[in-house]
Structure formats: C-alpha cells, structure tokens
Design a protein around this ligand. Structure first.
Ligand code: AMP
Ligand code: MN
Ligand code: MN
Ligand code: MN
Length: 279
C-alpha cells in the first residue's frame, strides 16, 4: 500500500524570514518526502511563483499561501491563508499596507536596542533580510545571535524583542476581519495559526476563536511546529468545539535553527477533519 501523503501547510522562504530561497525550500521539502507543501511567507506573496515552478519540476504539490500579521485585542495573532490567488488585487493591496510599517518599526526596534548598548541592529538585520520590505524580528534575532549577544534564536525571544524587553516596539497590523476578507476575496481559506503560541487565558482564546469563526475563518492549526505533544489534543478539541477544519504545518524557517523540520510532524488526532477535506 502507498504511504500516506505528507502535508506541510506552513513554511517560510527568504521572501520573508526563512533562510532558504523558495526554490531551495521546495527542493528540500521534496527530498524529505513532503507531498503537499504550502509556502506561507509573512505578509508577502513574492516567493510563490518560483516555488510553484520548482514544485512542478519536483513533482510535488505547492499550495499558494500567506501568513498575515493581525492585531487583535492588543495582541498580535497570525492568520494563514491557503489556496489563495497570488494575483488578487485586494489581497495584494492589503499585504502591501501590512508590509509598509515594517521599516519604521525596525528602525525603532534598533533604537531601543541601541539604548541598551547594542549598536548597529538596523543595518545588521537589514543585511540578513533578502526582502527589504520584510525586515522581521527573526532577522533581528539572527543578528543578535550572530554578534554573540544571545546563544540562540529561541532565547532571543525571551530576553529581547518581546513585550517588556529591549527591542520591543508595539505595532498595529491588519484587523482580524480584514485579514480574513482579503484571503476569501483571493479565493482562499483562512486558518488561525499556532494558537498555543498566544499568551492568553482560556476565555480570551475562546473569544478569539468565536470571532475568527464569525468573520469567516474555517481552520485551526492543530499540529504545528510550535505545539508540544500535550497541546495537540487540546487544540483538536477546540477545533471540534468550534467546527474548524484542522491544519498541519511545520512553520519551518531555517535548517538547524531550532524549529521543526519540513514534513516532520505529529499526525492529526482522529477527531479532526483535515483542512484539505474542505478543498
Ligand atoms: P514579526 O512578524 O517581525 O513580528 O516576527 C515574528 C516572527 O518572529 C515569527 O514569525 C517567528 O519567526 C519569530 N518568533 C516569534 N516568537 C518566536 C519564538 N518564541 N521563537 C522563535 N521564533 C519566534
Ligand atoms: Mn517567522
Ligand atoms: Mn506565525
Ligand atoms: Mn509562520
């Protein structure tokens, strides 16, 4: 019997804060046996054409995706859009607005780091970003690790760049309803990414999920590189309760950076309806 197709519906290329080019990312996924890969760069679609071309060559399926940064109730959450049309004007215009604030934010992050004795962070992060419009906290994290200020990227997000720590700058991203509208306008389905990463209590999480559903979201990332084995059944139950389809994605950014490898994921629990059944 043929082995089951491996789905990985969340990954990043150098068009956002991944380190591999879209081509190299797809080649790596194919080598690792992934059958269906979604490229979901932050607020950016420019890697999709190269990824799609490489997927054809490699004989795997590429799902056109995006991960939209959203401000909700004073926090940042991420909404993944899958099977979007990369040429859709509403989506493209919305993402352009989301990207436009990043440069200014990066300069302010650098000022904050400079004030604690870490100079040159803007230039440092900028040099590590292949896409000038997409300087992310990950690029700052790699700069801080490269300069020896912190031992690894994971530790950076404990000591820097998060609320209350040096390098943190609050930022206003797209609205939740808006992000789902853009995805749906582009023919895609909206998935709430890595719920276990959000620092909120049960009540707030339920409010977020209810509102996401209300505005047209249909999926929840139950299996993700940022969930522990204990979190998977918890979010599977949330998906069941809210009637969400379940998604699966590594959130791969770079070989050996501490995140999950492409396609190396826990299986979806049996009580989940996989998002690809909604396609
Ligand atoms: P930004 O969109 O510029 O705020 O950057 C967000 C990115 O920072 C995420 O997509 C991750 O790649 C990275 N990030 C955030 N928190 C963590 C964490 N705890 N460990 C590793 N990477 C993180
Ligand atoms: Mn990222
Ligand atoms: Mn994310
Ligand atoms: Mn991601």
């Amino acid at each position: 019997m043929a082995s089951p197709v491996i789905f990985d519906l969340h990954s990043h290329s150098s068009a956002s804060d991944g380190v591999l080019s879209p081509r190299d990312l797809v080649v790596r996924a194919a080598q690792l046996g992934v059958g269906v890969l979604a490229l979901t760069d932050h607020d950016e679609l420019r890697g999709l054409a190269e990824a799609a071309g490489t997927a054809v060559e490699q004989g795997i399926e590429l799902v056109a995706g995006v991960e939209i940064s959203v401000s909700w109730a004073g926090r940042t959450v991420h909404i993944v859009g899958l099977r979007i049309d990369p040429d859709n004007d509403a989506l493209r215009a919305g993402l352009a607005v989301n990207r436009s604030g990043r440069r200014e934010r990066a300069m302010r992050m650098a000022e904050s780091l400079a004030a604690t004795g870490i100079p040159g962070a803007f230039e440092g992060a900028r040099l590590l970003a292949s896409n000038e419009e997409l300087i992310s906290r990950t690029h700052f994290a790699r700069f801080l690790v490269g300069k020896g200020y912190v031992k690894d990227v994971k530790t950076v997000f404990k000591k820097f760049l998060v609320r209350g720590k040096p390098g943190y700058v609050p930022h206003q991203w797209a609205g939740l309803a808006q992000s789902v509208q853009w995805i749906r306008a582009a023919g895609g389905v909206a998935v709430l990414a890595h719920p276990g990463r959000y620092d909120m209590g049960k009540e707030k999480m339920s409010l977020l999920m209810a509102e996401f559903k209300e505005v047209g979201g249909i999926g929840l990332e139950v299996v993700t590189g940022s969930h522990t084995a204990d979190q998977v059944p918890i979010y599977a139950r949330h998906a069941e309760r809210f009637g969400f389809f379940a998604s699966v994605g590594s959130d791969f950014h770079a070989p050996g950076e501490g995140g999950r490898e492409l396609g190396r994921l826990m299986p979806l629990p049996a009580n989940c309806r996989p998002i690809w059944e909604a396609w």
